[in-house]
Design a binder for this molecule. Sequence first.
Ligand code: F3S
Length: 298
Amino acid sequence: MSSVTMAEHAGFCYGVKRAVEMAEQAASSGKRCVMLGSLIHNDSVVRRLESMGLTSVSKPEDVPEGATVIIRSHGEPKAVHEALSARGEILDATCPNVSRIHKIVAEAEQAGRQPVIIGTPNHPEITAIAGWCTHPVVLADAEELEKWLDKDSENRKKPLTLVSQTTAARKSWDLCVEKAKKECTNLKVFDTICSATCKRQEAAQALAAKSDAMIVIGDRKSSNTRRLAELCAALCPQVLWIERAEDLEPSNLYGKASIGITAGASTPGWIIKEVYNKMSDEIMEIEESFAELLEKSI
Ligand code: F3S
C-alpha cells in the first residue's frame, strides 16, 4: 500500500499570502485596480484575480491614469515606484522581507559601499533589488563571485555589502559567504534568505530523503519551486515537478511505496489539495486494479 505524505511546510508563504489578500481586497473595493507584472509566480492565481476584476499590465506606461496599481510580491525597482506614483495610487504588495533588502542595498551604496547581490540574474526579485542602487553587482553563485573578485584586484579591498535573493539555496549562499569572508578585507554580510524558504526546503529535503518519489507543485516560472525540485532530486530517486493536478500521471508513480508532496511558496492551497486528492484516489484505484489483476493471474 502506498503512503502519500505532505511536507510539513509547503505552499503559500506569508509574503505571497499577504500579496494575494491585498489584491483580493483591491478587487472587491470597486476601484479601478491593475496588477503590474505577475502578482506572484502562479498563473492560476493571477487568472483567478483577473476573473475577480483586476487587470494585468506589463509596463508602468500601460497603467491607466487614475488607476490604483498593485506592486507584486517580488517588488519593483525604485524608478518604477517613482513612475507609478506620478500616475496614481500605489498598493505596495512587495513582501516586507524583500523591501528590507531594498533598504539595505540603498543604504549601503549611500554609505559608499558596493552592494553585491547573490541571486538569479533577471529574476524579478533580483531586478527589483538591483534597482534600488545605481551600481549593483549581481552574481549567481560562489563561482561567479570568485570570477568577479579575480577580475580586478581592487574588488577584494572594496567595502562590500553582501545580500542574497530571499529564496536562495542555503548551501550556495553559505559558500559565497565563506569565500567573501576569506578573501575580502571590508565586508558586511546580511543573511537575507527568508526563514519561510529555509523551513520549506528543510521539510522537503527531510521528506525526500525517506520517500520513493516526490511530487513538487509549482509554476514553471517559480525559482523557489525549481530549487525545491533540485534539492529533492539530490535525495530522492524520482521527482515529478507539476503545476496542477491535471499534469499528474499517477501511473508514473506505480509501485512507489512512499510518495511525498511539497509545493513552492506561490502555490495556493487549493491546487495542493487537488493534487493530494488525485494522488490518494488514483493511487488507491491503481493499487486496487493491480490487486485484482494479481488475483486473476494466480
Ligand atoms: Fe517573502 Fe519569504 Fe515569501 S521573502 S514572498 S515570505 S518566501
